[in-house]
Design a protein around this ligand. Sequence first.
Ligand SMILES: [Zn+2]
Ligand SMILES: [Zn+2]
Length: 388
Amino acid sequence: MTEPLHTLESAYDIEDEYRPEPEPIPLPPAWLDGSLRIGIHTSIAGDIAESLNTARKLGCNALQIFSASPRMWGSGATTRIAEVNSNRFRALRLELGLGPVVIHDNYLINLAASHPVLKVRSIQTLHNELVRAVQLGADFLVVHPGSRGEMSVEQAIDAIAQSIRQASRGLKLGGLRILIENTSGMGTAIGWNFEEVAKLLDRLDNLPMGVCLDTAHLFHAGYDISSEEGLERTLERIEQTIGLERVYVLHMNDSKTPLGSRVDRHEHIGKGKIGLEAFRRILTHPLLSATGPHGLPGRAFILETPIEAPGDDRRNVRALWELTGIPVDQAPDAEDGFSMLRSARAIKAAERETRPRAKVKTAAKRKMKVTPHKGKKTKTNRSAKRKA
Ligand SMILES: [Zn+2]
Ligand SMILES: [Zn+2]
């Protein structure tokens, strides 16, 4: 009786089935070699690929950038990066061995906005952020959750999740991961506590999501990471809510304002209320190491410290490397005397030299008017004068 069944079974040969070529298993990015990754938010002024050289000259092996102006709504030409520039960025990044490349999103985006125009604009702008991040081969896009305004926390978390889903619809993200950054809790900002961040992640489990923890924001929100005991308690809370394996980037900023201030002011490493020893503990903590507790690699420490004097950027990078305890000759070399502040001045000076004199005057005049309001006013005044 078993005979017919056997025939039936053998009639179907699995080998006859058409099978497409198996997708090649993607190789992990070169920077995921278990080594410690330290970077700083780097200027893209003038040339986006040049930001990579800048990071290198500052002694970094990782970096964060904006992929467009962070205080302007992207439109038209700024939506995408010219292919020649994104190709150059990818090639130079490989050549310099930098990673991860972290992109920070536009400051104007509010994913919890209730006003329909602002909401649509925010979703569109985040979509453009994702497109550019993929173009550049970035590893992470850091996103601020948003401010809830009159909404309840629950409503806002739902709205943010929906906005992120809409913004990423139809996109192939490849190796890109979206990281939610914890906030200081200024105003009605969502995501100042781990519970809110965890809830948001849970609503987006079909997307490649993760978390970026900002040390200053943690402190402003009331998590006392300045003491050894406080750091332990905070890490415990993270494990119970977000899970440390979902934390991919740490923003390393000291704080100008005290614990629980809810006021976001960054300070140089070791010069603020968090203090040097706290940063040493963070950088050397076994649960926060580059390879991570679960064998998951890919954590990076990125500075967003102020640059008030030339060299502040280089000195903060240096400070982090020194705190890791890695011997100086094993940390990446920095270029003596290099600073983003100095190079920004050099770019301006070069522009001044190459531009015709009359144009320099107007450019300088325009630059003095920082606020859009004043700019508009002057324009109208000028055109009014011309008409008159
Ligand atoms: Zn941020
Ligand atoms: Zn930050």
